[in-house]
Ligand binder design. Structure first.
Ligand code: PLP
Length: 652
C-alpha cells in the first residue's frame, strides 16, 4: 500500500497530534459546560478563557472582540450581517455611508455569496461591485481609489486559497485612509494564520474571520475578530454564550484543539519559519519543473504564500494530472476544493486574466507549516515519478477512443504503434493528438470524417503538422477506398468505414470487426462493434445486442473481491489511463489487475465478447470510469460486467 502524501493543505489539514489529544482530554475529562457554575463548568470556563487569551496574543488583538465560531463561513456571515445592519441603520438616520459593497474578484465564494444573500434579505439595496485584480492576482488599488469614497463595505482576503497570492493589505488600508472612505473593512484571514504575521490591533481591519481546520485544528471550529468600535450584530441568539455575541454551547473539544495549535504557534519550534517554508516550496517547484518541463506557474511565486503552488501543464487537463498524482499517492487539487468536482475554469485565475484553457487545467499543490524535510524529499521523488510516468506511458495499440463534449472520435494504430488513422477527431483535441503522435514518432496516415462537420476536417490543420504522409483530402468523399494498417484493412463503404483482418485480397464481410459511421445493414454481423461519433448516442454498440440492465453492476471492494475469488476465470481490469497505471499499479486486496485504459476498451471489448464471456470486474481511481466501462460492456450485451464502486480510493 503506497503511503499517502497530502499536498492539499489549503483545502484542509490533518489534526496536530497535540490538538487531537487536547480535544480528547476535553471530551473525556473537561467536559463541563463553561456556563455552569459548578467546578466542572469552571474548569471548562478556564480552558475557554485561556484559549481566548492565546488567540488574542497570536492575532495581536489585545482589544476588540475575539469569539469562537464554527469556522470562517460563520465568521464571514457574522461580519457581513454586522456591517450591513450598521449601514442600513446609518442610512435610516440619514448618514451617508456609501452605496457599494466592494468585493475582491478572487475572494472565496463564501464572501460574495454572503454579501448577496444578506443584501437581499436585509433589503439594504447596495450595489455589489467586484474589485478587479491585476495579472499577479493583487487588488487594483487604482480602481479602489476611485471606488473607495462610495464604498460602504470592502471585503478583501489576506491570502488567496487557490493561488496563495498575498494581498497588499497596507496598500488597501492606505487607499481607504487617503480617500476618507466610509467603508467598513473585512479581511478573510483564513489562509494567513500560521503563515503570515498578524497584528490586528495595529490595522484598520474591522472584521477578520479564521478557520481552525486550515491549520491543524479540527473542522467545525473558527474565530472571528471584530475591531473594538466596529458595529456588531449577533448571527445567533439564545443562551447568551460568548458574552451574548454568539449563542450556543461552546464547541469545547474544538476550542481545546485550536488552543493547542495556538499554543504551538506561540511557543515556536513546532511549525517551520517563513524561510524554512520557502525552501520547501522551492524544492517542490524545482521537482515540478523537472518533471513537467512545459509547466507554467499561474501565479507569481514572489507574491504567493510560501506554502502554495498553482500551475498548469500545457496539453494536460487538471483531471488528468490529478488522476496521475493520485495514482502516485500524492493528493493535490484542481483550483479550490469546493469546485474540484467540476472541471470549470477557476474564477480566481479567470479574474487574473489567465487564458481559459490554462485556468481549467490548473493544479494547486499546498502544504502546511508542519512540513518536514523527509516529507519534501518523498514528495519530490513522487513528483519526478509522475513526470516519468507521463512520458513513459505505453503507446496505445489498436483502437483508441477520443471524447470531447459528448462526441467521440477514434484513433486506429498499427500493432507497432507507428502508424495511425484518425476518424472524426474532435477539433478541441487536435493539438493534444498532434503532440502525442509527435512524441511517439507515430505517423498519421489518414484522417476522415464519417459525416460532414464531424470534426476531422477542421482538426486536420493541427494534425497536418504530424501528417507529412497525408494521402488525400480529409472528407469521406475524397478518401481512398481502403488503407492497410498492419494486417488490418480499413475500407470505405459510403460514409462508413469498416475495419477488420484482410484476407490478402480485401475485407470479407465476416471479417469486419469495427464499423465507424452509419453502416448499411447487410454488412453487419453480430460480432461487429459499431463506433459512433454522435452526441447523445452510445459511442459503442453492437447490432442486435440488447443492452443489459445495470442492476447489481456496482460492487463494493469486499463484494468485488469475493466475486473474483469465487470465479477463477474472472478478470480484474484497471481502466485508468497509462500514466496513472505507470505511476502506481492497481491492486485489489493483493490481486493485480490487467490494464486496459477506458479509452482503449472498445477495441478490447470485441475480444472479450468472443466465445464464452468471462466475468469482468473493472476498477479505477474513484469508480466513475469503471462504472462507464461496466456500462459499456453491458451495453454490448456482456452479462457479467461489474465494477468496484468508490474505486481504489475506498478499496483500502
Ligand atoms: N475563506 C477562505 C480563503 C477559505 O480558504 C475557506 C475554506 O476553504 C473559507 C473561507 C471557508 O472556511 P470554512 O471551511 O471554515 O467555513
Amino acid at each position: 500500500m503506497i503511503i499517502e502524501l497530502y499536498l492539499d493543505a489549503n483545502a484542509t489539514s490533518a489534526v496536530l497530534p497535540a490538538a487531537a489529544a487536547a480535544a480528547n482530554a476535553t471530551m473525556q475529562d473537561c467536559f463541563g459546560n463553561p456556563s455552569s457554575s459548578h467546578a466542572a463548568g469552571l474548569r471548562a470556563k478556564a480552558l475557554l478563557d485561556a484559549t481566548r487569551a492565546a488567540a488574542r496574543r497570536v492575532l495581536g488583538a489585545a482589544r476588540g472582540r475575539v469569539m469562537f465560531t464554527s469556522g470562517a463561513t460563520e465568521g464571514i456571515q457574522t461580519a457581513v450581517l454586522s456591517a450591513l445592519c450598521a449601514v442600513r441603520e446609518r442610512r435610516l438616520r440619514g448618514i451617508s455611508c456609501g452605496d457599494l459593497l466592494l468585493v475582491g474578484a478572487t475572494e472565496h465564494k463564501a464572501v460574495p455569496e454572503s454579501l448577496a444573500h444578506w443584501n437581499r434579505l436585509l433589503g439594504t439595496g447596495l450595489e455589489l461591485r467586484t474589485l478587479p485584480v491585476d495579472a499577479d492576482g493583487r487588488h487594483r488599488l487604482d480602481l479602489l481609489r476611485e471606488l473607495a469614497p462610495r464604498a460602504a463595505f470592502v471585503c478583501t482576503m489576506a491570502a488567496n486559497n487557490e493561488t496563495g497570492i498575498v494581498s497588499d493589505l497596507d496598500g488597501i488600508a492606505a487607499v481607504l485612509r487617503d480617500t476618507a472612505s466610509p467603508a467598513l473593512w473585512m479581511v478573510d484571514c483564513v489562509q494567513a494564520l500560521g503563515k503570515l504575521p498578524l497584528a490586528l490591533d495595529r490595522t484598520r481591519i474591522d472584521y477578520a474571520p479564521f478557520s481552525g481546520h486550515k491549520l491543524y485544528a479540527p473542522k467545525g471550529i473558527g474565530m472571528l475578530y471584530v475591531r473594538e468600535d466596529a458595529p456588531y450584530t449577533p448571527l445567533m441568539c439564545g443562551g447568551g454564550q460568548e458574552g451574548g455575541q454568539r449563542s450556543g454551547t461552546e464547541n469545547m473539544a474544538g476550542i481545546a484543539a485550536l488552543g493547542a495549535v495556538l499554543g504551538a504557534l506561540e511557543a515556536g519550534g513546532t511549525f517551520r519559519s517563513h524561510a524554512g517554508l520557502l525552501a520547501c516550496r522551492d524544492r517542490l517547484a524545482a521537482a515540478l519543473r523537472q518533471a513537467f518541463p512545459d509547466l507554467v506557474w499561474n501565479a507569481p511565486l514572489a507574491h504567493a504564500l510560501p506554502t502554495t503552488l498553482n500551475f498548469s501543464v500545457p496539453g494536460r487537463s487538471s483531471k488528468e494530472l490529478l488522476d496521475l498524482f493520485d495514482a502516485a499517492g500524492v493528493r493535490v487539487s484542481a483550483g479550490s476544493a469546493c469546485s474540484a468536482a467540476k472541471t470549470a475554469p477557476s474564477h480566481v485565475l479567470d479574474a487574473m486574466g489567465v487564458p481559459p484553457a490554462r485556468s481549467a487545467a490548473a493544479v494547486r499543490m499546498s502544504f502546511g507549516p508542519l512540513v518536514d524535510d523527509a516529507f519534501v524529499d518523498a514528495a519530490c521523488a513522487r513528483i519526478l515519478d509522475c513526470g516519468r510516468a507521463l512520458t513513459a506511458a505505453s503507446a496505445p495499440a489498436g483502437l483508441q477512443q477520443l471524447e470531447d463534449g459528448g462526441a467521440s472520435g477514434w484513433l486506429l494504430f498499427d500493432p507497432a504503434g507507428r502508424e495511425c488513422i484518425a476518424i472524426d477527431p474532435p477539433l478541441a483535441l487536435a493539438p493534444r493528438i498532434a503532440a502525442d503522435l509527435r512524441a511517439r514518432s507515430c505517423r498519421l496516415t489518414a484522417c476522415f470524417d464519417t459525416s460532414p462537420g464531424a470534426g476531422g476536417a477542421d482538426a486536420l490543420g493541427e494534425l497536418m503538422a504530424v501528417a507529412p504522409g497525408w494521402p488525400g483530402r480529409p472528407t469521406a468523399a475524397g478518401a481512398p477506398e481502403s488503407i492497410a494498417l498492419g494486417q488490418d484493412l480499413l475500407v470505405r463503404n459510403g460514409n462508413a468505414f469498416l475495419l477488420g483482418r484482410t484476407d490478402g485480397a480485401g475485407l470479407p464481410g465476416h471479417a469486419v470487426r469495427f464499423v465507424f459511421g452509419v453502416m448499411p445493414h447487410e454488412a453487419l454481423i453480430a460480432a461487429t462493434v459499431l463506433c459512433c461519433h454522435r452526441m447523445g448516442e452510445p459511442a459503442v454498440s453492437r447490432p442486435g445486442a440488447d443492452a443489459l440492465p445495470e442492476d447489481g453492476m456496482h460492487l463494493d471492494a469486499a463484494a468485488a473481491h469475493a466475486l473474483l475469488e469465487a470465479n477463477p476465470d474472472a478478470l480484474l481490469v484497471d481502466v485508468r489511463e497509462p500514466p496513472e497505471h505507470a505511476a502506481g499499479a492497481a491492486r485489489l486486496r493483493g490481486r493485480a489487475a490487467q490494464h486496459v485504459p477506458l479509452s482503449q476498451l472498445a477495441g478490447q471489448a470485441a475480444a472479450w465478447l468472443d466465445g464464452a464471456a468471462r466475468p469482468l470486474v473493472f476498477v479505477c481511481r474513484s469508480g466513475n470510469r469503471s462504472a462507464r466501462a461496466a456500462r459499456l460492456l453491458r451495453g454490448l450485451g456482456h452479462a457479467q460486467a461489474w465494477h468496484v464502486s468508490g474505486g481504489l480510493a475506498l478499496a483500502g
